[in-house]
Design a protein around this ligand. Structure first.
Ligand code: GAL
Length: 378
Protein backbone atom coordinates (compact mmCIF):
# COMPACT_ATOMS: atom_id res chain seq x y z
CA UNK A 1 0.00 0.00 0.00
CA UNK A 2 1.37 3.45 -0.94
CA UNK A 3 1.12 6.03 1.82
CA UNK A 4 1.65 9.68 1.02
CA UNK A 5 3.59 11.88 3.40
CA UNK A 6 0.27 13.60 4.27
CA UNK A 7 -1.27 10.24 5.22
CA UNK A 8 1.70 9.32 7.35
CA UNK A 9 1.60 12.71 9.11
CA UNK A 10 -2.16 12.34 9.69
CA UNK A 11 -1.60 8.89 11.21
CA UNK A 12 1.21 10.13 13.43
CA UNK A 13 -1.01 13.02 14.53
CA UNK A 14 -3.89 10.63 15.37
CA UNK A 15 -1.57 8.35 17.33
CA UNK A 16 -0.27 11.40 19.18
CA UNK A 17 -3.82 12.58 19.92
CA UNK A 18 -4.84 9.12 21.16
CA UNK A 19 -2.01 9.23 23.72
CA UNK A 20 -3.15 12.57 25.14
CA UNK A 21 -5.44 11.90 28.07
CA UNK A 22 -8.69 13.80 27.99
CA UNK A 23 -10.10 15.44 31.12
CA UNK A 24 -13.27 17.08 29.86
CA UNK A 25 -16.29 16.61 27.57
CA UNK A 26 -16.61 18.58 24.34
CA UNK A 27 -20.15 17.88 23.10
CA UNK A 28 -20.41 17.54 19.32
CA UNK A 29 -16.64 17.31 18.68
CA UNK A 30 -14.81 14.25 17.40
CA UNK A 31 -14.17 11.93 20.33
CA UNK A 32 -11.15 9.64 19.95
CA UNK A 33 -10.77 6.24 21.60
CA UNK A 34 -7.50 4.66 22.75
CA UNK A 35 -6.70 3.80 19.14
CA UNK A 36 -7.16 7.37 17.91
CA UNK A 37 -10.47 6.61 16.16
CA UNK A 38 -13.75 8.50 16.65
CA UNK A 39 -15.84 6.43 19.08
CA UNK A 40 -18.24 4.27 17.06
CA UNK A 41 -21.11 3.50 19.46
CA UNK A 42 -24.24 5.35 18.40
CA UNK A 43 -27.65 5.15 20.08
CA UNK A 44 -25.60 4.14 23.10
CA UNK A 45 -26.45 2.31 26.28
CA UNK A 46 -24.25 2.25 29.38
CA UNK A 47 -23.55 -0.27 32.11
CA UNK A 48 -21.63 0.26 35.32
CA UNK A 49 -19.69 -2.72 36.72
CA UNK A 50 -17.59 -1.93 39.79
CA UNK A 51 -15.53 1.13 38.97
CA UNK A 52 -15.84 0.71 35.20
CA UNK A 53 -18.29 2.16 32.71
CA UNK A 54 -19.16 0.20 29.55
CA UNK A 55 -20.55 1.97 26.49
CA UNK A 56 -22.47 -0.18 23.99
CA UNK A 57 -23.68 1.28 20.72
CA UNK A 58 -24.47 0.88 17.05
CA UNK A 59 -21.33 0.35 15.00
CA UNK A 60 -21.72 2.48 11.85
CA UNK A 61 -19.73 2.61 8.64
CA UNK A 62 -19.24 5.39 6.07
CA UNK A 63 -22.00 6.24 3.62
CA UNK A 64 -25.74 5.64 3.71
CA UNK A 65 -25.34 1.85 3.98
CA UNK A 66 -23.83 2.60 7.37
CA UNK A 67 -27.34 3.13 8.73
CA UNK A 68 -27.76 -0.65 8.56
CA UNK A 69 -25.86 -3.13 10.70
CA UNK A 70 -22.77 -4.17 8.70
CA UNK A 71 -20.70 -5.12 11.73
CA UNK A 72 -22.80 -5.18 14.90
CA UNK A 73 -22.76 -3.62 18.36
CA UNK A 74 -19.53 -2.08 19.65
CA UNK A 75 -18.39 -1.85 23.23
CA UNK A 76 -15.94 0.51 24.94
CA UNK A 77 -14.80 0.78 28.55
CA UNK A 78 -13.68 3.65 30.74
CA UNK A 79 -12.89 4.41 34.35
CA UNK A 80 -13.23 8.18 34.10
CA UNK A 81 -15.83 8.74 31.34
CA UNK A 82 -13.40 10.91 29.33
CA UNK A 83 -11.01 8.24 28.00
CA UNK A 84 -12.48 5.18 26.32
CA UNK A 85 -10.85 1.88 25.39
CA UNK A 86 -12.18 0.11 22.32
CA UNK A 87 -13.19 -3.37 23.52
CA UNK A 88 -14.25 -4.54 20.05
CA UNK A 89 -17.55 -5.89 18.77
CA UNK A 90 -19.84 -7.23 21.49
CA UNK A 91 -22.52 -8.60 19.16
CA UNK A 92 -21.57 -9.46 15.60
CA UNK A 93 -24.01 -9.67 12.71
CA UNK A 94 -24.13 -13.01 10.91
CA UNK A 95 -23.26 -13.95 7.33
CA UNK A 96 -25.94 -16.65 7.37
CA UNK A 97 -28.86 -15.35 5.25
CA UNK A 98 -31.24 -17.49 7.33
CA UNK A 99 -30.38 -15.65 10.53
CA UNK A 100 -32.53 -12.64 11.42
CA UNK A 101 -29.26 -11.06 12.54
CA UNK A 102 -27.80 -11.19 9.03
CA UNK A 103 -25.55 -8.35 7.82
CA UNK A 104 -27.74 -5.53 6.44
CA UNK A 105 -30.48 -5.85 9.07
CA UNK A 106 -31.00 -2.85 11.36
CA UNK A 107 -29.78 -2.89 14.96
CA UNK A 108 -30.45 0.25 16.98
CA UNK A 109 -30.15 1.54 20.54
CA UNK A 110 -28.59 -1.57 22.14
CA UNK A 111 -28.83 -1.61 25.94
CA UNK A 112 -27.12 -4.07 28.29
CA UNK A 113 -28.10 -4.95 31.86
CA UNK A 114 -26.54 -7.42 34.28
CA UNK A 115 -28.55 -10.06 36.09
CA UNK A 116 -27.00 -10.69 39.52
CA UNK A 117 -28.79 -14.02 40.01
CA UNK A 118 -27.96 -15.65 36.68
CA UNK A 119 -24.67 -13.73 36.29
CA UNK A 120 -25.59 -13.09 32.65
CA UNK A 121 -25.19 -9.89 30.68
CA UNK A 122 -28.44 -9.29 28.81
CA UNK A 123 -28.64 -7.10 25.72
CA UNK A 124 -31.92 -5.91 24.20
CA UNK A 125 -32.02 -3.78 21.05
CA UNK A 126 -34.37 -2.49 18.36
CA UNK A 127 -34.19 -4.95 15.48
CA UNK A 128 -35.48 -4.62 11.93
CA UNK A 129 -35.35 -7.40 9.36
CA UNK A 130 -33.05 -6.99 6.34
CA UNK A 131 -34.70 -5.33 3.33
CA UNK A 132 -37.93 -4.62 5.20
CA UNK A 133 -37.22 -1.04 6.23
CA UNK A 134 -38.70 -0.37 9.66
CA UNK A 135 -41.73 -2.68 9.19
CA UNK A 136 -40.85 -5.49 11.57
CA UNK A 137 -40.52 -3.21 14.65
CA UNK A 138 -39.07 -5.99 16.79
CA UNK A 139 -36.93 -6.10 19.86
CA UNK A 140 -33.94 -8.46 19.84
CA UNK A 141 -32.22 -10.30 22.67
CA UNK A 142 -28.62 -11.47 23.06
CA UNK A 143 -26.71 -12.67 26.13
CA UNK A 144 -23.16 -13.22 27.29
CA UNK A 145 -21.23 -14.44 30.33
CA UNK A 146 -18.75 -11.60 29.84
CA UNK A 147 -19.55 -7.92 29.79
CA UNK A 148 -17.64 -7.19 26.59
CA UNK A 149 -19.02 -10.31 24.90
CA UNK A 150 -19.14 -12.07 22.57
CA UNK A 151 -22.94 -11.93 22.91
CA UNK A 152 -25.03 -14.79 21.53
CA UNK A 153 -28.13 -13.79 19.63
CA UNK A 154 -31.22 -15.48 21.08
CA UNK A 155 -34.34 -14.13 19.36
CA UNK A 156 -36.36 -11.13 18.19
CA UNK A 157 -40.00 -10.58 19.04
CA UNK A 158 -43.03 -8.37 18.75
CA UNK A 159 -43.89 -8.53 22.44
CA UNK A 160 -47.19 -9.24 24.18
CA UNK A 161 -49.07 -11.21 21.51
CA UNK A 162 -52.57 -11.85 22.85
CA UNK A 163 -52.02 -9.75 25.98
CA UNK A 164 -53.63 -6.42 26.90
CA UNK A 165 -51.77 -3.72 28.82
CA UNK A 166 -52.79 -3.66 32.48
CA UNK A 167 -54.12 -0.10 32.11
CA UNK A 168 -56.23 -0.74 28.99
CA UNK A 169 -59.93 -0.43 29.82
CA UNK A 170 -62.20 -3.40 29.04
CA UNK A 171 -64.61 -1.02 27.30
CA UNK A 172 -62.05 -0.39 24.51
CA UNK A 173 -60.99 -3.98 23.91
CA UNK A 174 -63.82 -4.77 21.50
CA UNK A 175 -63.74 -1.47 19.59
CA UNK A 176 -63.24 -2.03 15.84
CA UNK A 177 -59.88 -1.61 14.09
CA UNK A 178 -61.28 0.87 11.60
CA UNK A 179 -58.07 2.57 10.48
CA UNK A 180 -59.32 3.29 6.94
CA UNK A 181 -62.17 5.41 8.38
CA UNK A 182 -59.97 8.30 9.51
CA UNK A 183 -58.38 11.18 7.62
CA UNK A 184 -54.85 11.78 8.89
CA UNK A 185 -54.24 14.04 10.66
CA UNK A 186 -57.59 14.87 12.22
CA UNK A 187 -58.96 15.01 15.74
CA UNK A 188 -60.88 11.77 15.12
CA UNK A 189 -57.65 10.09 14.04
CA UNK A 190 -55.85 11.33 17.15
CA UNK A 191 -58.69 10.10 19.36
CA UNK A 192 -58.55 6.68 17.70
CA UNK A 193 -54.78 6.52 18.29
CA UNK A 194 -55.19 7.48 21.95
CA UNK A 195 -57.93 4.84 22.25
CA UNK A 196 -55.45 2.22 21.02
CA UNK A 197 -56.52 1.44 17.45
CA UNK A 198 -52.95 0.21 16.67
CA UNK A 199 -52.79 -1.72 19.93
CA UNK A 200 -55.95 -3.61 18.91
CA UNK A 201 -54.62 -4.11 15.37
CA UNK A 202 -51.47 -5.79 16.73
CA UNK A 203 -53.13 -7.67 19.60
CA UNK A 204 -52.88 -11.13 17.98
CA UNK A 205 -49.45 -10.90 16.38
CA UNK A 206 -47.65 -8.93 19.10
CA UNK A 207 -46.91 -5.25 19.54
CA UNK A 208 -44.45 -2.99 17.73
CA UNK A 209 -41.23 -2.22 19.60
CA UNK A 210 -38.98 0.40 17.98
CA UNK A 211 -36.87 2.99 19.92
CA UNK A 212 -36.14 1.40 23.26
CA UNK A 213 -34.32 1.55 26.55
CA UNK A 214 -33.95 -0.61 29.63
CA UNK A 215 -34.17 0.51 33.22
CA UNK A 216 -33.24 -1.61 36.26
CA UNK A 217 -34.78 -0.40 39.50
CA UNK A 218 -33.17 -0.58 42.95
CA UNK A 219 -35.13 -3.77 43.68
CA UNK A 220 -33.56 -5.50 40.67
CA UNK A 221 -36.73 -5.40 38.54
CA UNK A 222 -36.03 -4.52 34.92
CA UNK A 223 -38.30 -2.58 32.59
CA UNK A 224 -38.23 -2.42 28.79
CA UNK A 225 -39.51 0.92 27.45
CA UNK A 226 -40.30 1.02 23.73
CA UNK A 227 -42.07 3.14 21.15
CA UNK A 228 -45.07 1.13 20.06
CA UNK A 229 -48.37 1.59 18.21
CA UNK A 230 -46.75 3.15 15.10
CA UNK A 231 -44.52 5.24 17.39
CA UNK A 232 -47.59 6.99 18.79
CA UNK A 233 -47.53 5.52 22.31
CA UNK A 234 -44.83 4.19 24.62
CA UNK A 235 -45.13 0.78 26.20
CA UNK A 236 -43.43 0.04 29.51
CA UNK A 237 -42.95 -3.68 30.00
CA UNK A 238 -41.72 -5.59 33.00
CA UNK A 239 -39.08 -8.19 32.15
CA UNK A 240 -38.98 -11.64 33.78
CA UNK A 241 -36.64 -12.12 36.77
CA UNK A 242 -33.85 -13.42 34.50
CA UNK A 243 -34.39 -10.41 32.12
CA UNK A 244 -34.63 -12.84 29.17
CA UNK A 245 -38.31 -12.35 28.41
CA UNK A 246 -41.35 -10.14 28.93
CA UNK A 247 -43.30 -11.03 32.08
CA UNK A 248 -46.56 -10.12 30.32
CA UNK A 249 -47.22 -7.16 32.61
CA UNK A 250 -47.10 -3.92 30.61
CA UNK A 251 -48.68 -0.48 30.39
CA UNK A 252 -49.33 2.13 27.72
CA UNK A 253 -47.95 5.52 28.72
CA UNK A 254 -48.14 9.04 27.30
CA UNK A 255 -50.79 7.77 24.87
CA UNK A 256 -50.67 9.32 21.42
CA UNK A 257 -47.81 11.68 22.36
CA UNK A 258 -45.29 10.27 19.85
CA UNK A 259 -42.36 9.68 22.16
CA UNK A 260 -39.13 8.21 20.83
CA UNK A 261 -35.63 7.77 22.24
CA UNK A 262 -36.65 7.23 25.90
CA UNK A 263 -33.99 7.52 28.64
CA UNK A 264 -34.86 6.91 32.30
CA UNK A 265 -33.30 7.92 35.60
CA UNK A 266 -34.35 8.08 39.24
CA UNK A 267 -33.82 10.83 41.79
CA UNK A 268 -35.32 11.17 45.27
CA UNK A 269 -37.72 8.30 44.63
CA UNK A 270 -39.13 9.83 41.43
CA UNK A 271 -38.58 8.42 37.95
CA UNK A 272 -37.73 10.83 35.15
CA UNK A 273 -37.83 10.30 31.42
CA UNK A 274 -36.17 12.28 28.66
CA UNK A 275 -37.40 11.52 25.16
CA UNK A 276 -37.81 13.04 21.73
CA UNK A 277 -40.58 13.60 19.23
CA UNK A 278 -40.92 11.76 15.96
CA UNK A 279 -38.90 13.23 13.08
CA UNK A 280 -36.56 10.40 12.06
CA UNK A 281 -32.89 11.40 12.05
CA UNK A 282 -33.77 15.11 12.23
CA UNK A 283 -33.75 16.63 15.70
CA UNK A 284 -36.85 18.00 17.41
CA UNK A 285 -37.77 19.61 20.76
CA UNK A 286 -36.88 17.50 23.79
CA UNK A 287 -39.52 16.09 26.11
CA UNK A 288 -39.47 15.12 29.76
CA UNK A 289 -41.85 13.39 32.14
CA UNK A 290 -42.04 12.24 35.76
CA UNK A 291 -43.65 9.24 37.48
CA UNK A 292 -43.85 7.52 40.86
CA UNK A 293 -43.37 4.10 39.24
CA UNK A 294 -41.62 3.06 35.99
CA UNK A 295 -44.92 1.71 34.66
CA UNK A 296 -46.58 5.05 35.18
CA UNK A 297 -48.75 6.98 35.06
CA UNK A 298 -46.23 9.46 33.61
CA UNK A 299 -46.87 13.20 33.72
CA UNK A 300 -45.37 15.37 31.04
CA UNK A 301 -42.94 18.09 32.22
CA UNK A 302 -42.41 19.65 28.79
CA UNK A 303 -39.17 20.50 27.01
CA UNK A 304 -36.18 20.02 29.35
CA UNK A 305 -33.87 22.17 27.21
CA UNK A 306 -33.12 25.73 28.30
CA UNK A 307 -31.35 27.92 25.76
CA UNK A 308 -31.88 29.65 22.45
CA UNK A 309 -34.99 28.93 20.41
CA UNK A 310 -32.92 26.81 18.05
CA UNK A 311 -31.37 24.85 20.92
CA UNK A 312 -34.79 24.20 22.41
CA UNK A 313 -36.33 23.23 19.07
CA UNK A 314 -33.56 20.75 18.30
CA UNK A 315 -32.47 19.47 21.75
CA UNK A 316 -29.07 21.05 20.97
CA UNK A 317 -29.15 19.29 17.57
CA UNK A 318 -29.44 15.85 19.14
CA UNK A 319 -31.73 13.01 20.20
CA UNK A 320 -31.61 11.38 23.62
CA UNK A 321 -30.25 7.89 24.14
CA UNK A 322 -29.37 7.45 27.83
CA UNK A 323 -29.05 9.15 31.19
CA UNK A 324 -26.09 7.88 33.21
CA UNK A 325 -25.62 8.29 36.97
CA UNK A 326 -21.98 9.13 37.75
CA UNK A 327 -20.19 6.65 40.06
CA UNK A 328 -19.57 8.08 43.53
CA UNK A 329 -21.34 11.42 43.02
CA UNK A 330 -24.73 12.19 44.46
CA UNK A 331 -27.47 13.39 42.13
CA UNK A 332 -25.00 13.55 39.24
CA UNK A 333 -26.58 12.48 35.95
CA UNK A 334 -25.31 12.86 32.40
CA UNK A 335 -27.71 13.33 29.51
CA UNK A 336 -26.39 11.43 26.51
CA UNK A 337 -27.63 11.98 23.00
CA UNK A 338 -26.77 11.45 19.36
CA UNK A 339 -26.21 14.12 16.76
CA UNK A 340 -27.01 11.84 13.81
CA UNK A 341 -25.41 12.12 10.41
CA UNK A 342 -27.55 9.82 8.23
CA UNK A 343 -25.51 10.56 5.06
CA UNK A 344 -22.30 9.47 6.78
CA UNK A 345 -23.41 7.73 9.98
CA UNK A 346 -19.92 6.88 11.22
CA UNK A 347 -19.44 10.63 11.74
CA UNK A 348 -22.43 10.91 14.12
CA UNK A 349 -21.42 12.93 17.19
CA UNK A 350 -22.17 12.56 20.88
CA UNK A 351 -23.82 15.25 22.96
CA UNK A 352 -23.25 14.78 26.67
CA UNK A 353 -24.57 17.42 29.04
CA UNK A 354 -24.99 17.57 32.82
CA UNK A 355 -28.54 17.24 34.09
CA UNK A 356 -29.39 20.24 36.25
CA UNK A 357 -32.41 20.60 38.51
CA UNK A 358 -34.51 23.74 38.72
CA UNK A 359 -36.79 23.19 41.73
CA UNK A 360 -36.51 19.43 41.25
CA UNK A 361 -37.42 19.67 37.54
CA UNK A 362 -34.59 18.35 35.36
CA UNK A 363 -33.25 20.78 32.77
CA UNK A 364 -30.40 20.82 30.26
CA UNK A 365 -28.20 23.73 29.24
CA UNK A 366 -25.50 23.79 26.60
CA UNK A 367 -21.82 23.83 27.59
CA UNK A 368 -19.09 23.88 24.91
CA UNK A 369 -16.83 22.15 27.37
CA UNK A 370 -17.37 20.77 30.87
CA UNK A 371 -16.09 18.15 33.28
CA UNK A 372 -17.30 16.12 36.25
CA UNK A 373 -16.32 18.84 38.75
CA UNK A 374 -19.51 20.50 37.49
CA UNK A 375 -21.39 18.29 39.94
CA UNK A 376 -19.22 19.12 42.96
CA UNK A 377 -20.83 22.46 43.77
CA UNK A 378 -24.41 21.23 43.39
C1 GAL B 1 -35.28 7.98 14.77
C2 GAL B 1 -34.94 6.95 15.82
C3 GAL B 1 -33.61 6.33 15.42
C4 GAL B 1 -33.80 5.73 14.04
C5 GAL B 1 -34.28 6.79 13.05
C6 GAL B 1 -34.55 6.21 11.67
O1 GAL B 1 -36.47 8.63 15.08
O2 GAL B 1 -34.85 7.53 17.08
O3 GAL B 1 -33.23 5.38 16.38
O4 GAL B 1 -34.74 4.69 14.11
O5 GAL B 1 -35.46 7.37 13.54
O6 GAL B 1 -35.13 7.17 10.84
Amino acid sequence: MYLSIQNILAMVFLIFLSQVKSNHFSPGELWLDDKGMHINAHGGGFLIQGDTYYWFGEHKIEGKEGNKAQVGVSVYSSKDLYNWKNEGIALEVHDDPNSLLVKGCIIERPKVIYNKNTKKYVMWFHHEIKDRGYDAAMTGLATSDHVTGPYTYIKSVNPHAGLWPSNYPDSLKSKPVDLEKYKRPSQEWKDAVVDGVFLRRDFEKGQMARDMTLYVDDDGKAYHFHSSENNQTLHVAELTEDYLDFSGNYTRVLHGEQNEAPAIFKKDGKYYMFSSGLTGWKPNPGKSAVADHPMGPWTSLGNMCVGTEEEMNTTFWSQSTYVLPVIGKKDAFIFMADRWNPDNPIDGRYIWLPVEFDNSTPVLRWYDQWDLSFFDNK
